[in-house]
Write a protein that binds this ligand. Structure first.
Ligand code: CAA
Length: 259
């Protein structure tokens, strides 16, 4: 599929997906959503990629769903557009490979929702966050009501969503939405450095840990620890577990294989 609204660059086991509609602040229209879906599918099975970084071209990460496209929608069309975004973001969240949002600027509405569907959020000091949808006469529609409440707590999520206020990166980090705020110029290097560190570990263990966290957080603790026990057990069936522990005991660096 030829992609017009995003670019993918691969190096050293890391894929950088760059939303590339800067003239519209990378707003998510149907075309971008479908291209994003396509790239997620491709990277999920790419044997050369262990970690995926999402970022935006220009002064925005993503300034939301495309308001021009949404303006004339009927109730049924609006529902379908919401479900399209929800499904793609859920696919991204459940991707076995770890994902990092490198948030270079505005992450509003659907942009904040996209960042929240990634595993880790690194923000430039210039990034801005918010769910301004009620000011447009709509609710957040790509699962923002669900993920923001889970990430920053119900009370704060209600404040953010009911007021539609925009927050700087430090406030987003203070409430737990963002992992780390970095100098704007250092953002991509920080994201790549973290990606390379993750890529240097045993990939099946990283992926099992992601599954355990994602599935466990949606379940009661007894179910969660059962999921962890099963995945912990599966690790012992891997060559990487033997290698990781042997390397430790032999005081050398491990050389992991499984992808
Ligand atoms: N949809 C479509 N176009 C958008 C857009 C969006 N979400 N955000 C920005 N643009 C376009 C602008 O219309 C403008 O286009 P023109 O040059 O053709 O006029 C261009 O991008 C540049 O934007 P601005 O001139 O507005 O840039 P600015 O620096 O003055 O302001 C901003 C930046 C504060 C982010 C402002 O653009 C803005 O408020 N954007 C909308 C943010 C928003 O409300 N997002 C939520 C969308 S709804 C949603 O996401 C629903 C959901 O949950 C699924």
């Amino acid at each position: 599929m030829e992609r017009k609204t995003l670019k993918v660059l691969k190096e050293e086991r890391v894929a950088v997906v760059r939303l590339n509609r800067p003239e519209a602040l990378n707003a998510l229209n149907s075309e971008t959503l479908i291209e994003l879906d396509d790239v997620i599918e491709e990277l999920a099975t790419d044997p050369d990629v262990d970690v995926i970084v999402l970022t935006g071209e220009g002064k925005a990460f993503v300034a939301g769903a495309d308001i021009g496209e949404m303006r004339g929608l009927t109730a049924e069309e609006g529902r379908k557009f919401g479900i399209l975004g929800q499904k793609i973001f859920r696919k991204l969240e459940l991707l076995e490979k770890p994902t990092i949002a490198a948030i270079n600027g505005f992450a509003l509405g659907g942009g904040c929702e996209l960042a929240m569907s990634c595993d880790i959020r690194l923000a430039s000091e210039k990034a801005k966050f918010g769910q301004p949808e009620v000011g447009l006469g709509i609710t957040p529609g790509f699962s923002g009501t669900q993920r923001l409440a889970r990430l920053i707590g119900v009370s704060k999520a209600k404040e953010w969503i009911f007021t539609g206020d925009v927050y700087d990166a430090n406030e987003a980090a203070r409430v737990g939405l963002v992992n780390k705020v970095v100098h704007h110029e250092a953002l991509m290097e920080e994201a790549l450095e973290m990606s390379r560190k993750i890529a240097s570990k045993a990939q099946l263990a990283v992926r099992y840990a992601k599954i355990a966290i994602n599935r466990g957080i949606e379940a009661d603790i007894d179910t969660g620890v059962q999921i962890e026990a099963d995945l912990f057990g599966l690790c012992f069936a891997t060559q990487d577990q033997k290698e990781g522990m042997t390397a430790f005991l032999e005081k050398r660096k491990p050389s992991f294989q499984a992808k």
